[in-house]
Design a protein around this ligand. Structure first.
Ligand code: GAP
Length: 448
């Protein structure tokens, strides 16, 4: 009998990520830098696969096109967008232990007073609004004239390019612009591994619609985004919707729903779907004095489009994918408990789809294995591992989520066949080398 255990604490995942080359602490040899993380060889491939899946899901639609805008933008963009005045979090200090934290996230006592999360004191300073934008200077002189901001969201690069994209691509409304890129927020309390960091990557799409059709499109995009998360293999039981009410709504939002995910530290936001109305284009129109109207030929009318936005953090989505994929299969054997750790990634997301494992590193097996590797389709990412016992190599591949292990043994020299091992069922199948591409493609389809 096999018992399946899912991920219970984040630290188990953090250790696996370091041990297996997914995510390392940034600047680790200098003691690390708070909330900054580096993606290792497997993590960077996983990230690329997640981003590619998102990019394709957006741009394969004929009504969505891509963009890659710069991180530094004209400072007036942030005045117009409301980020200079409104993009703040309430900050307080504890008078007792001097801890600094977000007032709105701090625990409360029976009287409704906020408490310091570290020492539980209710002796706190007055709340101040802390702007989350990182500031830097352009050019050699550090004065007010050279002040620029690192973008806190990728969305504004899309709004200010609305006319460029619409005109150059001859797009008719409704249409969307999709973008992936880094954003920066000087979060007061970053944490939970790659969940909340100060430097992160966003995948955002702004869909421009005619006024009055926004609520319909909002519902449509909610449904599409839900399906996207399922298409990554995320367990539907770990996903649900959270509706923003009243003062939860961001300064630009008319309607907002979050897809929330059940992380080991609780249900938290994964993606936001927002109806931004005509807030952003109207603001940019006002501050730039440029008309950002669209002429609807069919209706013979001019209007400022409304925007439905979908916004998800690549890093946060990767954390959800990692948490969801983790499982321990515990079997009782005569020698005691045997634990197989498996990262059950969807094959499109797994850093490698196949691992070629020669049973021996000696010739002529090595040459045959290298020839097999060279003959595999370019579309596959393939690992090649000759070190250690075959059992240990299988376990390593399970732990990094490789769907198929391809074992080349001494018989392969005679029968011109190899063994394919399925990550989830551990079933093995003998396949002629000449039929490998098709057999691998078929086996990959059996993973969900
Ligand atoms: N343009 C709208 C916007 O940026 P948001 O809800 O502030 O909306 C969208 O951010 C998504 O970006 C979030 O749902 C989350 O996935 C990700 N995100 C935001 N802040 C983050 C942070 N500090 N670290 C990691 N991801 C973050």
């Amino acid at each position: 009998m096999k018992e399946i255990k899912k991920l219970e604490d984040l630290q188990t995942l953090v250790s696996l990520c370091k041990r297996r080359g997914f995510v390392f602490q940034s600047s680790e040899i200098y003691g690390g830098l708070n909330s900054c993380w580096d993606y290792g060889p497997l993590g960077s491939q996983l990230k690329l696969n997640v981003k590619l899946k998102w990019w394709k899901s957006m741009t394969k639609r004929l009504d969505v096109v891509g963009l890659d805008a710069s991180i530094l933008m004209h400072p007036t963009v942030w005045k117009a967008s409301g980020h200079i005045d409104e993009f703040t979090d309430p900050l307080v200090d504890c008078k007792s232990c001097k801890a600094r934290f977000r007032e709105d996230k701090a625990p409360q006592n029976d009287k409704g007073e906020r408490l310091c999360p570290q020492c539980a004191s209710s002796e706190l300073t007055e709340t101040r609004n802390f702007n989350l934008m990182f500031k830097t200077f352009m050019g050699p002189v550090e004065d007010k004239g050279g002040e620029v901001f690192l973008r806190p969201e990728t969305a504004q690069g899309i709004f200010v390019n609305f006319e460029n994209v619409q005109g150059s691509m001859r797009k008719k409304i409704p249409f969307g612009i999709a973008q992936i890129g880094k954003s920066f927020r000087n979060e007061i309390t970053p944490g939970n591994f790659i969940f909340r960091t100060r430097e992160f990557e966003q995948m955002e799409m702004q869909f421009f619609v005619s006024p009055g059709t926004d609520e319909q499109w909002f519902e449509k995009w909610r449904e599409l985004r839900w399906q996207f998360h399922l298409s990554l293999g995320l367990n539907a039981e770990n996903l649900k919707w959270h509706k923003h009410e009243g003062n939860e709504l961001a300064h630009y939002a008319k309607q907002a729903f979050d897809v929330i995910y059940k992380f080991p530290f609780g249900w938290e936001e994964l993606e936001g779907v927002h109806n931004r109305g005509d807030y952003d284009l109207k603001q940019h129109q006002k501050f730039s004095s440029k008309k950002l109207e669209y002429f609807d030929e069919a209706q013979k009318e001019k209007y400022v489009p409304y925007v439905v936005e979908t916004a998800v953090g690549a890093d946060r989505l990767i954390l959800a994918v990692l948490c969801d994929a983790y499982r321990e299969e515990v079997t009782q054997t005569e020698k005691g408990e045997d634990v197989r750790v498996v990262m059950g990634f969807h094959p499109d997301l797994a850093p490698n789809q196949v691992a070629v494992l020669p049973l021996s590193k000696k010739e002529p097996l090595l040459e045959l294995s290298q020839n097999i590797l060279a003959g595999l389709p370019d579309l596959l990412n393939v690992d090649f591992d000759v070190t250690g016992s075959i059992g240990k190599r299988y376990r390593r591949q399970d732990e990094i989520g490789t769907p198929i292990c391809l074992t080349v043994d001494f018989e392969s020299l005679e029968d011109k066949a190899v063994t394919l091992r399925h990550r989830d069922t551990m079933e093995q199948k003998r396949v002629p080398i000449s039929e490998l591409s098709q057999a691998i493609a078929n086996m990959l389809l059996t993973f969900n």
